[in-house]
Design a protein around this ligand. Structure first.
Ligand code: GLC
Length: 546
């Protein structure tokens, strides 16, 4: 049961990672070329975002064929080579399963549109209600969740883009198809799965309007969720050392305790996003607000303690392909990039759970700071650009919001060196390179012994050598402190104490018990522990005692 607790996962957004054939678009061979780099970092698993056949309206999260590779990313042979080359280095792959919806270019949807009842049943086609849409729900990408099909005088459901049709999990044929797809990839040697927005697959039995919100309360963490997860577990990944992680949208801790509870046989672990909403003004994403540190702290404590109590497991992360860069968001990418980058890393890697590193995080990549809509590529950002305009916001406000919140911040090409296009490609990349690549890049990080990269490398190694990190109990500390997030990790014979200053000013902490601690890792020259201690800007220290 504990096989994944000392492991670290690295997330790859393949179109932006490394372009082996120089067409401006990253590919699978590009990943294989960089396996030695990933080995140097020390990660165990690669979660690779979807590279399946897709019209790419949502960058591959609109899958048209779950068993084949999109030619833009390469071939099945390329993928088999990546799996084999990874295994040689003890690096294993986790694939991204987008099972809530598929592309409207998928054969299932095409046959549904041709009127085949069997396939119409794979989706949610509904008759109009009072001459209009079946419900008033709002899509995650803006606009209604229903698309009208005149031929049938029916609507179909899409919680995301109209080209991403929701799959009907009530239908056992759909359930079986999904389990078959998992087994297809398991047979190819895949060792884990990330399930996209998986807690949205259990839809309600009846469809009603939401007069309080956008509809999510009716389709999130639905009543058959645990049944569906147990089904995939028993039919596909339950027998063997697979790592499975569910992306849980607007979820509750009660559900996550079950989704990943050791006794439940559902998933290994879960992503929740509550800690990444602490800079949403009035719970709205498309706003600008400095993050609320107290709320962040309380959420960490709540999820650490709450999951631990049920032997459930958190995926630990600041970044992914849907989030702005943490260094720009929670750190200071201008004045304290190294200090705050390392502090954020320590905060996450020392908690209980499995850390996920998103490509570029380990070298301190920052937000893109785009200034014009022509630089953006993401469907959600482009939709909200129009929506915010129609709401009467000024262009200046809108650009500020996009610069802070757009998913494209995470999607600019990986910065390998100071050569043209950051060494990602010799052709013009599909999305602009962050101009700071001349200083922020892998080559210079590897040359600098004090770089953020080596801090990550050390954190990964520490997880493998200290049970207190991989398995220890989590105990919060200094809850009242206004700029420090602190905790202890307690295991049979060792104990770790972690102090993280989240601000660019000095601060003081008062500690009660300081006997016998030694520095384990820090982002400033080592400092002995003291009852009254001054911490430097963004200082982060972990102490250990045996
Ligand atoms: C998840 C993915 C995101 C995608 C959405 C729809 O949130 O991470 O990139 O747009 O699901 O599949």
């Amino acid at each position: 049961m504990n096989y994944f607790k000392d492991k670290v996962v690295y997330q790859i957004y393949p179109r932006s990672f490394n372009d082996s054939d120089n067409d401006g678009f990253g590919d699978i061979k590009g990943i294989t070329e960089k396996l030695d780099y990933l080995k140097t970092l020390g990660v165990d698993y690669l979660w690779i975002c979807p590279f399946f056949v897709s019209p790419q309206n949502d960058n591959g999260y609109d899958v048209a064929d779950y068993r084949n590779i999109d030619p833009a990313f390469g071939t099945m042979e390329d993928l088999e080579e990546l799996i084999a080359e990874g295994a040689k280095r003890n690096i294993y792959l986790m694939f991204d399963m987008v099972f809530n919806h598929c592309s409207t270019e998928h054969e299932w949807f095409k046959r549904a549109m041709a009127g085949e009842e069997k396939y119409k049943n794979y989706f949610y086609f509904k008759k109009p209600v009072n001459g209009g849409m079946p419900t008033n729900w709002v899509s995650k990408f803006g606009g209604p969740v229903w698309e009208y099909v005149p031929e049938f005088d029916e609507y179909y459901l899409h919680l995301f883009d109209p080209t991403q049709a929701d799959l009907n999990w009530f239908n056992e044929d759909v359930q079986n198809e999904m389990c078959d797809i998992l087994n297809f990839w398991i047979n190819k040697g895949v060792r884990g799965f990330r399930f996209d927005v998986v807690n949205l697959i259990s839809k309600p039995e009846t469809w009603e309007n939401d007069y309080e919100g956008d509809g999510r309360r009716f389709y999130t963490d639905g009543s058959r969720m645990h049944e569906y997860l147990k089904l995939m577990n028993s039919k596909a990944f339950g027998n063997g050392d697979f790592i499975t992680v569910g992306e849980m949208s607007s979820t509750s801790i009660e559900n996550c305790r079950k989704y990943s509870g050791e006794a439940e046989k559902e998933l290994s672990m879960v992503f929740n996003f509550h800690h990444l909403k602490v800079d949403y003004k009035n719970k709205e994403k498309w706003t600008v607000m400095p993050f609320d540190f107290q709320e962040l702290k309380q959420l960490f404590v709540k999820w650490q303690l709450g999951m631990q109590e049920n032997k459930a497991w958190n995926a630990l992360f600041w970044n992914c392909h849907d989030q702005p860069r943490s260094l720009s968001r929670f750190g200071d990418d201008k004045n304290y990039p190294k200090e705050s980058g390392k502090m954020l890393a320590t905060t996450i890697h020392m908690m209980q759970g499995t850390p996920y590193i998103y490509q570029g995080e380990e070298i301190g990549m920052t937000n893109a700071y785009f200034t014009d809509i022509s630089q953006y590529r993401d469907v959600e950002s482009m939709n909200y650009f129009e929506i915010m305009k129609s709401e009467g916001k000024t262009e200046e406000e809108i650009y500020q919001i996009l610069a802070d919140k757009s998913r494209d911040n995470a999607r600019t090409p990986m910065q390998w060196n100071a050569d043209i296009n950051a060494g990602f490609s010799t052709a013009t990349p599909w999305i602009g390179v962050n101009p700071n690549y001349t200083t922020v890049n892998v080559e210079s990080a590897l040359e600098d012994k004090e770089s953020i990269f080596y801090h990550y490398q050390k954190l990964i190694q520490l997880r493998k050598t200290h049970k207190a990190i991989s398995e220890g109990e989590y105990v919060p500390m200094l809850m009242e402190h206004d700029s420090v997030y602190a905790y202890r990790r307690v295991h049979d014979e060792e104990e770790i104490l972690v102090l993280n200053n989240f601000y660019g000013k000095k601060t003081t902490v008062e500690l009660e018990d300081v006997e016998g601690y030694e520095v384990l890792i820090s982002n400033y020259p080592n400092k002995d522990i003291q009852k009254t201690m001054e911490l430097d800007p963004y200082e982060s220290i972990a102490y250990i005692r045996k």
